[in-house]
Ligand binder design. Sequence first.
Ligand SMILES: [Zn+2]
Ligand SMILES: [Zn+2]
Length: 337
Amino acid sequence: MSPSAMTGFGAMALGEPLRPLTYPMPQLGEHDVRVSVSHCGVCFTDIHAIDDFYGITTFPFVPGHEIVGYVEALGSEVAGLAEGDRVGIGWQGRSCERCEWCAQGEEQLCQDIAEMGTWERHGGFASSVTVDGRFAFPLPAPMAPEVAAVLMCAGIAVYSPLRTYATESGQHVGILGVGGLGHLAIQFAHALGYEVTALSASPSKELEAAAFGADHFVVTGDRDRMRPIDYAFDLVLCTAHGAIDWEELLMTLRKRGRLVVVGFPDVSMNPTDLVAHELSVTGSFIGSRTAIREMLSFAQDQGVTPRIEQLPMADVNDAIGRLKENRARYRIVLSND
Ligand SMILES: [Zn+2]
Ligand SMILES: [Zn+2]
């Protein structure tokens, strides 16, 4: 391999398994950093992108956006980072820095967000990635790299809406799904001081949900079991991505309560409860740079720790298979040797 080339695992076409690829190293812009990847988590969004669910994927495509690594080169205008620094990088690798949202410090809403992904030429299932240095975040020193990797996407995806929409401690929050996102949402919601009910279709998740900090656990899909939590929650975070009974879920919200959707499930709602109970349904996407910094330090202080299986980077297709079959407990992180 020449010094100007890099290696990764990518899909050559829609839905194909990933295979080793060699591609030219991107030019380093003045604000850019090149980060050698030590760890990269596997997120359901990677799988959606391989399948072009979002309609923005160009092939060949190297996924991966829960990245931890070391700064190995910096552009002339990068401030606050030095060669050798350990950093985390999430889904967003740059922003336009000009639109109204970037101006407000809400970079995750950048008007050009579709082009701002870390995997835009190319992502973290690779020897290195190149991103804007303003989206490479120094990590708390004691934080394990695999933990930091998962927090960079799954962590911020659930922390940001919990901070934004459940602002008073003691509020009653429902978390639908005790999986990759849900098990982190329960931990963050508990650490933020909310009363937490975990909702899952799997009765077998009860003990683990309690261990993550859930105060209550309810099995979904049974009207009699759900009735006691009618009108119970100020906020429900939907972290599940399978078939969801939306009518049942909306019944758990207080009047004027809010349902926040953080995954990408099929959504189809009957308007009756939505309108009559004056409910809000909100999507939530990753988080701002400020929120990411705050989340990392909060997770370190509170001991929020994702449950992780680790595999070598070369096993990326196994990891994707486990995730697709819902067999990951609860997140998978790949590591380069
Ligand atoms: Zn992700
Ligand atoms: Zn912007």
